[in-house]
Ligand binder design. Structure first.
Ligand code: 4AD
Length: 456
C-alpha cells in the first residue's frame, strides 16, 4: 500500500502543492454543513494530519468518520492557517471499519483504564509519545556504546546460575506437574537441560566473560525477575543495559554511567522536542528544564555510610527504619536524591552483606565497591560495581553465601587466566524512560507489562 509517512509531510515543505497518499487511524472527526474534518494519525508523528473534506466535491467520506477507523486518503497538501500543513482530500477509502464499542473515544482516559487494553493504548497520544521516545533512547544507547568501542553482545536468557543470588529466578522446565520423582535432584536430572535452569536476572556474568576478551562490551536485552514486588517501578520482565569494562575500577564505572545517561537525555531532548513538550505539559511541569539542568551539572556522589548519616539526621518519619547495614528503600533513595542533593546521585560502598557475591571487597572488610545511581522521582535506576578480580577472595565470598561453586566454574576461571580489574553496571531501561518522560508507573512505559499476578 504505497503511501507517505505523515511525519515526512510535516517535516518537508516541498510537499505543499503535491498530491499525496496517506494512511492512518481516525483520531477525531467533525462534520459540519459544508465541510468535514478528520484528524488522522499513522503513528509516525505525535501530530495528527488534518484531512479537509469540501462537501461540494463529490467525495464519499461518511464511513471514514468514526474514531478508530483505518483509512487511506489521497489529497493535496496545503498550508493551513497556522503555517503548518493539512490535506485537502480528493478521495477517501476505508481500510478497516471500527466497531462502535471502540473504547478510545474523544476524552482523555486515565492510565489505569488504558492499562486494561495494551493492544489499543498505543493509539493514544501518551503511548504514541512514550513508544517513540523509548525507540530513540534505545538507538541513543547503542550509538553511545558503539562510538566508544564497546562491543554489543547477546548474553543467554536461559541460564543455570543466579547472578544476583536473590532467588528471584523464573524456572525453565519442560516437565509438567508430576508426583513421579522422589526428590528435586531426580526431577531436575530428567528435565530438558539435565539440571535446574531459569530465566536470567542479569547478563552480567556472561558479560564479564565477553569483556575479558573484548575489553569493553554491553548487553541490551530482557532480564526476568520473579520478585513479588507490586510497585510502580518493578516489572517481572524488564529491559536491561549492562556495560562491562575491563581494566577499570569503580571511578571509571561511575564516569561511564554518568556520561551515558547524559548522552541519552541530550539525544532525546534534541530528537523528540514535541514528545518532550507533551510530557512537560501533561506529566511533569518543568520536565525539560529539569533534564537540561541535570545534563549540564555533575551528578552528586555520596558514600553509603554518609547517606545513612544523612537519613538518620533528616528528622523524616520513614516507614522503614534506617541503620547502618540496612538496604536503602525507595523512600530513602528518593530522600537522598530529591531532598539532599536535588539531582541524580551515586551512592557507593555498600555493606557487603546486602550486596552480591561478585562485588570487589573493600580494604575495610565491611563494604564492597558497589554503586547505585538514584534519581529524583524514581529512586534507583542503575546498580553496578567493580568486580572482585581476586580468585581467593571471590571463592571466600561465595562460600560465605553457601553457593555451589561448580555452577560458576567459567566465572571463577576468569580470575585464574589473566584476571584484570573490571566493573560495570546495569541500567533498568524502563526506569530511565520513567525518569525522562515523567511517567510515574513502569507499566506505562512498555508495550506489554509483566507484573506479579498479571500477564496478557
Ligand atoms: O541492581 P541490579 O539488580 O543489578 C544487576 O542486575 C547487576 N547484575 C547489574 C550489573 O552490574 N551488570 O539491577 C540493575 C538495574 C536496577 O538499578 C534497576 O534499574 C533495574 O536494573 N531493575 C529493574 N527494573 C524493573 N523491574 C525490576 N524488577 C528491576 N530489577 C532491577
Amino acid at each position: 500500500m504505497k503511501h507517505i509517512d505523515i511525519k515526512n509531510i510535516f517535516a518537508d515543505r516541498s510537499y505543499i502543492g503535491q498530491t499525496v497518499t496517506v494512511c492512518g487511524w481516525v483520531r477525531t472527526s467533525r462534520n459540519s454543513k459544508t465541510m468535514a474534518f478528520i484528524a488522522l494519525n499513522d503513528g509516525t508523528s505525535l501530530n495528527h494530519m488534518q484531512i479537509v473534506i469540501d462537501k461540494s466535491q463529490d467525495i464519499s467520506f461518511e464511513d471514514a468518520l468514526p474514531t478508530g477507523t483505518s483509512i487511506k486518503v489521497v489529497g493535496i497538501v496545503v498550508e493551513d492557517q497556522h503555517g503548518s500543513v493539512e490535506i485537502n482530500a480528493q478521495t477517501i477509502s476505508v481500510i478497516g471499519a471500527c466497531a462502535p464499542e471502540y473504547p478510545l473515544q474523544k476524552k482523555r482516559h486515565s492510565l489505569e483504564f488504558l492499562r486494561t487494553m495494551p493492544h489499543l493504548r498505543g493509539r493514544t497520544n501518551t503511548f504514541n509519545a512514550v513508544l517513540r521516545v523509548r525507540s530513540i533512547m534505545a538507538e541513543a544507547l547503542h550509538q553511545y556504546f558503539q562510538d566508544r568501542n564497546f562491543i554489543y553482545v547477546n548474553t543467554p536468557l536461559i541460564t543455570g546460575s543466579d547472578c544476583e543470588g536473590a532467588g528471584e529466578m523464573f524456572q525453565v522446565t519442560t516437565i509438567g506437574y508430576s508426583t513421579e520423582y522422589k526428590n528435586e535432584e531426580e526431577y531436575y536430572a530428567d528435565d530438558f537441560f539435565g539440571r535446574r535452569a531459569g530465566l536470567s536476572v542479569s547478563g552480567q556474568l556472561e558479560g564479564e566473560v565477553a569483556a575479558m576478551a573484548m575489553g569493553k562490551i554491553y548487553t541490551f536485552g530482557p532480564s526476568f525477575r520473579a520478585e513479588n514486588s507490586n510497585t510502580p517501578k518493578h516489572l517481572a520482565e524488564f529491559w536491561h543495559v549492562e556495560p562491562e569494562i575491563a581494566f577499570a575500577e569503580l571511578p571509571e564505572v561511575i564516569e561511564e554511567a554518568e556520561s551515558m545517561i547524559k548522552y541519552v537525555i541530550r539525544t532525546v531532548l534534541d530528537k523528540c522536542p514535541e514528545e518532550m513538550k507533551f510530557f512537560d505539559t501533561h506529566f511533569e511541569k518543568g520536565l525539560i528544564a529539569r533534564l537540561e539542568e541535570l545534563i549540564s551539572n555533575d551528578f552528586g556522589i555520596c558514600d553509603y555510610t554518609e547517606a545513612i548519616r544523612l537519613l538518620k539526621e533528616s528528622g523524616e518519619d520513614f516507614q522503614y527504619p534506617v541503620e547502618w547495614g540496612c538496604d536503602l528503600q525507595t523512600e530513602h533513595e528518593r530522600y537522598i536524591s530529591e531532598k539532599v542533593f536535588k539531582k541524580a546521585v551515586f551512592v557507593t560502598n555498600y555493606p557487603k552483606e546486602i550486596k552480591s557475591f561478585y562485588m570487589k571487597q573493600n580494604p575495610d572488610g565491611k563494604t564492597v565497591a558497589a554503586v547505585d545511581l538514584l534519581v529524583p522521582g524514581v529512586g534507583e535506576i542503575i546498580g553496578g560495581s567493580e568486580r572482585e578480580a581476586d580468585y581467593d577472595k571471590l571463592v571466600a565470598a561465595m562460600e560465605e553465601r553457601g553457593m555451589n561453586l561448580d555452577l560458576y566454574k567459567d566465572y571463577l576461571d576468569l580470575r585464574r587466566f589473566g584476571s584484570v580489574p573490571h566493573g560495570g553496571f546495569g541500567l533498568g531501561f524502563e526506569r530511565l524512560i520513567m525518569y525522562v518522560t515523567g511517567v510515574s508507573n513502569i507499566r506505562d512505559v512498555i508495550l506489554y507489562p509483566r507484573t506479579v499476578g498479571s500477564i496478557r
